[in-house]
Design a protein around this ligand. Structure first.
Ligand SMILES: [Mg+2]
Length: 236
């Protein structure tokens, strides 16, 4: 039986990735002053992938990756003024109003009290905590976790910390297969993939999720029925 239902936050509970995409488009506009921008998105993806190892996930690292990519693609010609503009783009992302996805609050209301509920999110600590606070959803949750990486060790540690839950009592729901679903399946938990319209380059994978503990849903509103279905199977 599932006892803990854990949710990813960015692009699962609220929109995030679309702001990254629109900011990259603004970066492209700035760079058209210096160079061809046909390979901008590719270059950004490569720089981000490298930088995530050093800066971690989040907007601060993304902003530095934009500056680095701009310097590279402009072959060092980008002006201080334009670099300043890029930094402002990053700050605007941090101040962007939070947009909670449809059906999220209804689902949390329905599950609250029946299961222990958790948020497991990665990114800049301050930014993620601000978003959780702004969302007004914190009272629905028993556990709020901002982690630097979502791998099997992280999940194992969290399940232990929350109350020694065996992985098969936990379901993790999120838009990223490599971060939210695969590591939880790997340790024997339940994983639900609800894709977002766009996926960051470093959240793509060739691995395929499978098994009876995995499912793919189109909308978060399907979660309560899916949980009931699992409980029913368990009781039979
Ligand atoms: Mg996410």
């Amino acid at each position: 039986m599932i006892e803990v239902v854990a949710f990813d936050a960015d692009d699962t509970l609220w929109h995030t990735e679309d702001i990254f995409v629109s900011t990259q488009n603004k970066l492209e506009e700035i760079l058209t002053n210096y160079c061809e921008t046909a390979h901008l998105h590719e270059r950004m993806a490569a720089t981000e992938k490298e930088n995530v190892k050093l800066f971690g996930y989040g907007i601060k690292g993304f902003t530095l990756s934009m500056v680095e990519t701009a310097i590279e693609l402009s072959e060092g010609k980008i002006s201080a003024e334009h670099i300043h503009e890029i930094i402002q783009l990053g700050k605007a992302m941090l101040e962007h109003p939070l947009r909670i996805m449809p059906n999220v609050e209804d689902v949390l209301k329905e599950l609250h009290g029946k299961y222990k509920l958790a948020i497991v999110t990665k990114g800049d600590l301050l930014d993620q905590n601000n978003k959780i606070e702004q969302s007004g959803l914190a009272p629905y949750f028993d556990f709020l976790e901002v982690v630097s990486e979502k791998d099997t060790a992280t999940y194992e540690n969290l399940f232990t910390k929350w109350g020694d839950y065996p992985a098969e009592r936990v379901m993790m729901i999120g838009n990223s297969l490599p971060s939210d679903v695969l590591p939880v399946l790997d340790i024997g938990g339940y994983g639900v993939h609800i894709p977002y319209v766009t996926t960051a380059a470093f959240e793509r994978t060739d691995r395929v999720a499978s098994g009876y503990r995995f499912t793919h849903l189109d909308n978060i509103k399907e979660i309560p029925a899916y949980l009931e279905q699992i409980t029913l199977k368990y009781l039979i």
